[in-house]
Write a new protein. Sequence first.
Length: 259
Amino acid sequence: MVKSVLDTVENEVSHAVGRLNIEQAVQTYHEQGEFLAVDQFLAQPVVDRFMTEVEQVRTQLNRNYIPTHKKGGSVSYFILGQAAPAILSFYRAPDFINWLSRIAGAPLLLCPDSDPHACALYFYTEPGDHIGWHYDTSYYKGTRYTALLGLRDRSTSRLLCRLHTKDHSRETKELTLSTDPGSLVFFNGDKLQHAVTPLREGEERIVLTLQYVTDPRMGAFQRWFSNMKDAVGYFGLPALFRHLSPKAIGSSRRGQASS
Ligand SMILES: [Fe+2]
């Protein structure tokens, strides 16, 4: 059962990356200051499979609120590791990681199994849920990359992206994107300033976030700071004491990048 899920998702991902023009994707990514958006990256049946798992973990989401900066719900990698084999197989799919690596121009690796943010869900489900302008700062020794996959978007909420904010030779450009189901966004976390506009009454938006790094080592202070930031801003203090289940770890290296 689990093996068939893995194979199905991996086949879908192979198909998804195979139909895209990689040279064009690389060019667009670099022209946009290490940012790429792909509409309809995954087909609806795959998104539906992911959403089945999302509904199974919805009761375990942690609501968070940082005044003036963010409000929303999150589900960590540790929980997805127990209940979301299809989503995890997407995170770890070798063809996906190799495709992202070609776009980034560097061999990407999975985050360590101790990172609750490695593969996680963001829920925007209550009025006012949003996140202010920020970078996905890397606390790793290597560069950190974020991939966002839209899973559900019944909202007027938008992902705002500011390109070239750290490149003084270029004019800053702002994009406004909807994260439709199956759409993909990929960027260098230290390069792209981004935000999500507030949700309105009766709306819902759910996004899968995937993190990859070029070097998964992290200093002790950076680990402490990153853990505290994740606990307060995303997954709650209990996440500090949770770990990925041995069963999930057992299959975790199947999808490690080969490059
Ligand atoms: Fe972010």
